[in-house]
Unconditional design. Structure first.
Length: 260
């Protein structure tokens, strides 16, 4: 494991494939946890065999930073500033299809934004994303993710495009939002609606789904937590096609959900 320190300037810091400790310091920094020459596209469309990539420990410090954490199980702290934290790394070269597959094959990361309006995307794995203070945007990606918005009006994004099949992956099973606040935070389900152009959408109360031809969302309190259940048109029955868990009891309205 290498130790890579930054400065108070705007640094570009490249890690290695061995798992590094990167402390960037102040400045608007670009951090590539696995360096600019990550896995080669030849390893795709299947993940490489053998040991999983080693994870990095990254402190971005103050400033508006961009962090590509790497393909292992990484731990990242964005610090003060409006940061972009991505749980995956970069490929040496290759198509966007290969890059997206690599993103979905990423390990389980811990990404903490800190103060500021941060954008945090987990990629693959069972990630823990925490926005901290500020109006943050959190997207867990593929896997059973735990999302904590923190103080501020946060947006939680669901519905990713699976790179392997280029179809919608309903990546919500197992996803949990710890601190959702109706009327302040919002669920962004626009990716679902974008794959169904022209289909009407509804946000229902705790009643059952009513129309198999519509995209419908309802919130149901199960006695402990709130289950946000999504029905997609084209299903064989009026069942639940995707689910997100909100800790505690909440009653969602249309203003709590983004479709476009």
């Amino acid at each position: 494991m290498a130790f890579l320190p930054g400065t108070r300037r705007n640094d570009t810091l490249h890690g290695t494939a061995d798992g590094d400790c990167i402390l960037a310091g102040a400045g608007h920094d670009l951090i590539l946890g696995d360096g600019p020459d990550g896995p080669r596209p030849a390893i795709f469309p299947e993940p490489p065999s053998g040991p999983a990539p080693k994870g990095n420990m990254i402190g971005a410090g103050a400033g508006n930073d961009t962090v590509y954490a790497g393909y292992g199980a990484d731990m990242v702290h964005g610090g003060h500033g409006d940061d972009l934290l991505l749980g995956w790394g970069v490929l040496a070269s290759g198509s966007s299809h290969a890059e997206a597959y690599a993103r979905d094959a990423d390990g389980s990361d811990i990404l903490f934004g800190g103060a500021g309006a941060d954008t945090i995307r987990g990629g693959g794995g069972n990630d823990l994303l925490a926005g901290g203070a500020g109006d943050d945007r959190l997207e867990g990606g593929v896997g059973a993710d735990t999302l904590i918005g923190g103080a501020g009006a946060d947006v939680f994004v669901f519905g990713a495009l699976d790179a392997r099949a280029r179809i919608m992956t309903y990546d919500t099973p197992g996803d949990v939002i710890v601190d959702f606040t109706p009327g302040e935070d919002r669920l962004d389900l626009s990716a679902f609606a974008a794959c169904l152009p022209g289909v009407p959408v509804d946000v229902l109360a705790e009643t059952g789904f009513t129309d198999p031809a519509r995209l419908q969302v309802r919130s149901v309190f199960d006695g402990s937590n709130t289950q946000v259940e999504i029905h997609l048109p084209g299903s064989a029955s009026l069942g639940v096609d995707a689910r997100i868990t909100l800790l505690g009891e909440h009653h969602l309205t249309a203003r709590d959900v983004i479709f476009a």
